[in-house]
Design a protein around this ligand. Structure first.
Ligand code: 13P
Ligand code: SF4
Length: 300
């Protein structure tokens, strides 16, 4: 039996479900039950009646699944898969940030740890940040940890001041204004689509700014033929597979989140076989973090 069949058999035996983020190595889709962006996957984690969730993504995603579904066993195939941005803020840094800006609601990007979520008012993903900020009806909000998503949301909303923590995604920050301008010149008939973790100067020049699913849906729905994609390589790989007749151009080479690529089919098999790399979250932190996540799920 090949590795894919072995995983599928184990999955049936153990009533397990595999969630995979679109930045994963594309072959992982063959064993996944759900593939998508972080919002979609957290919804699926809340919905599934599997006993075990194998989360092919990075640590904060698996941790979010565990917080939403505390009675399920949640496994991270490769324990080294962390998110650089999520690790840019811990609870001490968050407390200091809040003390500097007292009495302002805090919106927490899902790319953060449970202990950070536990100290925030509401969570958001890149697919719903503006909606979540708006739902607070506040003149000002604090936004952690991604400064670029926060600034982009402020620019879009106009009416709310968004004070951001200086976190960032090193993968998306590789995309520069010059990359967009040269893509525009080289591919004048292409639509340029970027993720809101990009620098705001990049987002302002794009034709569309959206989450992973937002970008994938844009290509799916559009009558246009050619697209320049300004996000992680996994999205380009899936778009090329799904829409072979469309022209899909990565805005630059090597836009890879190496942490996302740690998970292999072998890791998935091993984690499911031995039920290893289980995610646990202290109850008190999990309860508070859950409140932050469920508030988001209620709004959207
Ligand atoms: P999505 O919310 O678009 O899945 O993004 C998650 C992420 O980590 C992007 O870098
Ligand atoms: Fe984190 Fe950036 Fe990787 Fe997304 S692409 S998981 S934000 S490091």
């Amino acid at each position: 039996m090949n590795i894919t069949d072995k995983i599928l058999e184990l999955k049936r035996e153990k009533n397990a479900c595999i969630l995979a983020h679109c930045y994963q190595n594309v072959e992982i889709d063959e064993v996944a039950d759900f593939v998508g962006d972080s919002l979609y996957l957290s919804r699926m984690a809340a919905k599934t009646d599997a006993d075990i969730i194998v989360f092919a993504g990075v640590f904060f995603m698996a941790q979010t699944a565990k917080i939403i579904s505390p009675d399920k066993k949640v496994l991270l195939p490769n324990k080294n898969s962390g998110c650089v941005m999520a690790n840019m803020i811990n609870k001490t840094q968050l407390k200091e940030f809040k003390e500097k800006h007292p009495d302002i609601p805090v919106v927490c990007y899902v790319n953060s740890t449970a202990e950070v979520k536990a100290l925030c008012d509401i969570c958001c993903t890149s697919a719903n940040a503006e909606k979540i900020i708006k739902s607070l009806n506040a003149k000002e909000v604090l936004f952690v940890p991604d400064t670029h998503l926060g600034k982009w949301s402020e620019f879009q909303l106009k009416s709310t001041k968004v004070t951001t923590y200086p976190g960032f995604c090193p993968t998306h920050l590789k995309i520069t204004k010059e990359d967009v301008l040269s893509a525009r010149e080289k591919y004048p008939n292409s639509k340029i689509l970027v993720h809101p973790e990009c620098h705001i100067e990049v987002s302002k020049l794009a034709d569309y700014v959206g989450s992973t699913s937002g970008i994938m849906n844009y290509v799916k729905e559009s009558d246009e033929h050619s697209f320049v994609i300004g996000t992680e390589q996994g999205v380009v790989d899936r778009l090329k597979r799904d829409y072979p007749k469309k022209e899909l151009i990565p805005i630059k080479e090597d836009l890879v989140c190496y942490n996302m690529k740690f998970n292999t089919l072998e890791d998935i098999y091993e984690s499911l076989l031995h039920e290893q790399h289980e995610i646990t979250v202290e109850k008190e932190i999990a309860d508070k973090a859950r409140n932050c996540i469920t508030k988001m799920l209620e709004v959207v």
